[in-house]
Design a protein around this ligand. Sequence first.
Ligand code: ASP
Length: 343
Amino acid sequence: MKSRNQNLLIIYTGGTIGMVEDPDDKSLKLLDFNHISEEISELKKIKHSITWKSLDPVIDSSYINPENWIQMAQMVFDYYNEYDGFIILHGTDTMAYSASALSFLLENLRKPVVYTGSQLPIGLIRTDGRENLISAIEVASSTNAFGPMVPGVTICFENKLFKGNRTTKFSAEDFNAFISPNYPVLAELGVHLKFNKEAINYPEHNKTLRVYNQLDPNIAILKVFPGISSDFIKNFFTNFKLRAVIFETYGSGNAPTEAWFIDILHNYINHGGIILNVTQCMAGRVEQGKYETGLALQNAGVIGGSDITTEAAVTKLMFLLGKGLDRENLIFWLNNSISGEIN
Ligand code: ASP
């Protein structure tokens, strides 16, 4: 559906889209948002009103941390009544983490928050940044009879719109850098914007936006591999005093189940630790009861992460731990969806 004139806020956080090549060492360096808006002359033709704000300083997204997520969520919250939609320009490397984080930090979000960026800087002739930004503006300004066409946190990249907390960066080379293997795309952005309305979640109208500002980063990811040593696992679980561990397992949630290994996991869980089982596979889900190897993890108290991405698992755990929930509630929410991050 064609949109009315909308009031949009673009929040520039950094990333390749705003970089130029340093003539001396040839590395990519960040510039401010004036540089981006000057490079995209098409922005002048857009009928919507666009305001720019930025993080200070802007950063390569490798530097993104939980404080930045709280800052981004707070900016959306602070300007929520002034704007119809939000576009966050962000580096691609950690975009899926940030989109996942904001999907938890902003509760009852009924307006679009669209992340985008690019693989090539905006000043280059072959840049994908121009098309990505214009597509993101189109998405953020699209409405239907009831309000925004795509409320919630999304990632707009190349010619697709993805649900933010279902997305992962899978290519460092292709313009088509993101996929969401366990959730359908929300829109195909070709000649026409084709919205997949069945996949878009429309929240209840009577709830007000809430922003959270606590994340607990005291977690880690442990990726199992053939030959992983018992010393390493023992040290990992005993020395770091982590509150939760994302255990990246094989296939549908399998890992070696020798007694020493299960004992370490069991002991960590008995002392209050949380272990969330997430598959190393790009697509599919953890089903801990399917094989004897997964069942042993389940019996040790490991929680199955279903079809959650690692990015959503990291940010969901930080969010739930930051909320200070008791163990029972925390486990309940790991088994259930907060913002559509698991089926
Ligand atoms: N290193 C860059 C970043 O994530 C890569 C990109 O934007 O594509 O900030």
